[in-house]
Design a protein around this ligand. Structure first.
Ligand code: ADP
Ligand code: MG
Length: 407
């Protein structure tokens, strides 16, 4: 049969040793410490975080490790094992502003810039990054990088934010600003909350209307279940423009309906009907209706999963995931051939349900699988990709890990 490629997570000791050794090699000095932050899978609630909605992410055991040493001046020097051709990425913190920097280091200096914008005193630094978070795979390597930087700068400058959830919520906001304003990716707040505000063993119920959270016990193994993550390794070019278009359509619909965000839509059928009159001339009414229907039904699916988990009806979560996938594919139109193949094949092979995760147009899917069937489902998906002459996917089992912190 087709071989199955498992994407192993490093142990914290292994990650710290790698980052420290790379720091020695790059800067011939001792780092002040190593910090790390996790990638995430999102159980349910996709494309809801910029609509004031709910989502339920969890931290992955796969983490980004950062060895860092503060400097006296404003110079930032960076090396990443994932970007070897970039060499030493350098910037002057005093010169950083929206539009002034590009490349992977913008995610890092963006955090220092956003901390300064928020009134905190931070200096330049030397840092080295190494990561086992699948890269650009919809599992949020970007927020893992930002969050590792945020907790490192918090600690070396004694900002006092990392020690409690209120401070971590502020760090998450700082990371969102870094990603939006300096890295130029217009994302919502789910990924940063997942990296900074989760708890080991729990998924994070995030209400993006007010930023409040609840920790939801998420021990699938106790139910003989597992969450299988499939990195399809598909990368489609449209991502950024399509994401911006979805956001713009949601904002236009909310404005037309007279609400601050689509979260405030309480009567879906009424709202869909009113859109016909309320949208500005030239707007694509049917498209807008489909987008609104996804967001509103997706928020309801998060509430349903919350109820099912509270009632220990964990197997029934599977069907909700599958319904979410259909909504993302047909109403939000952000799936692609590889994601559909991964989900459809996983379900045909016995999964209780599954869906794409992240922004879409590539990246990863999740499937709720019986413990005893994980290997067989993965093998069936790998074989289907081989039959379709697609690049071999990567697989991992998601268990809820710890948030960003010192390693
Ligand atoms: P995702 O967050 O789903 O993995 P993104 O496109 O949002 O995908 O973020 C990926 C980008 O984040 C990379 O192209 C790079 O610029 C930056 N990045 C993330 N992790 C690292 C890393 N370990 N080293 C260097 N850059 C990284
Ligand atoms: Mg990202």
């Amino acid at each position: 049969g087709t071989p199955v490629e498992w994407l192993e997570a490093w142990t914290p000791a292994e990650g710290a040793a790698r980052a420290t050794a790379a720091f020695h090699a790059a800067f011939a000095a001792e780092p002040a410490g190593v910090w790390s932050a996790p990638g995430r899978a999102n159980v349910i609630g996709e494309h809801t975080d910029y609509n004031g909605g709910l989502c339920l992410p969890m931290a992955l055991p796969h983490r980004t490790y950062l060895a860092l040493r503060p400097r006296e001046d404003d110079v930032v020097r960076l090396v990443s094992a994932q970007e070897p051709q970039a060499g030493v990425w350098t910037a002057d913190l005093a010169q950083v502003a929206p539009g002034s920097v590009s490349g992977w280091g913008s995610y890092v200096v963006g955090v220092a810039w956003a901390l300064r914008q928020a009134g905190f005193t931070v200096a330049g630094f030397d840092a080295v990054v190494d990561s086992c978070v699948p890269y650009g795979a919809g599992l949020s390597s970007s927020a893992a990088l930002e969050s590792a930087v945020a907790v490192a700068l918090d600690e070396v400058h004694g900002l006092g934010l990392g020690g409690d959830d209120a401070g971590r919520a502020r760090l998450a906001e700082v990371c969102v600003r870094a990603e939006n304003d300096i890295a130029g990716a217009n994302t919502g707040g789910m990924d940063q909350a997942a990296a900074l505000r989760t708890r080991e063993g729990f998924a994070l119920m995030l209400d993006t209307r007010d930023g409040s959270t609840r920790h939801i016990p998420f021990d699938l193994a106790a139910h003989d279940l597992a969450l299988l993550v499939i990195d399809t390794r598909a990368e489609h070019q449209l991502v950024d423009g399509q994401y911006a278009a979805r956001r713009a359509t949601c904002e236009e619909a909310a404005t037309a309906l007279g609400v601050s965000t689509l979260r405030e839509v309480t009567d879906l059928d009424g709202a869909l009907e009113r859109l016909g009159q309320a949208l500005p001339p030239g707007a694509e009414v049917e498209v807008s209706r489909r987008r609104v229907r996804h967001v509103v039904t997706e928020i309801a699916r998060v509430e349903l999963v919350d109820d099912l988990l509270a009632a220990d009806q964990v197997e029934e979560v599977g069907a909700v995931l599958t319904a979410a996938h259909a909504s993302l594919r047909d109403d939000y139109e952000v799936s692609c051939r590889e994601l559909d193949l991964a989900v459809d094949t996983a379900i045909a092979a016995g999964s209780l349900g599954g869906r794409m995760v992240g922004g879409g147009f590539g990246g990863s899917a999740i499937a709720l699988v019986r413990d005893s069937e994980v290997e067989q489902v993965a093998a069936t998906v790998a074989a289907a990709f081989a039959d379709a002459a697609l690049e071999a996917p990567g697989f991992l089992v998601a268990t809820p890990a710890s948030p960003a912190g010192r390693s």
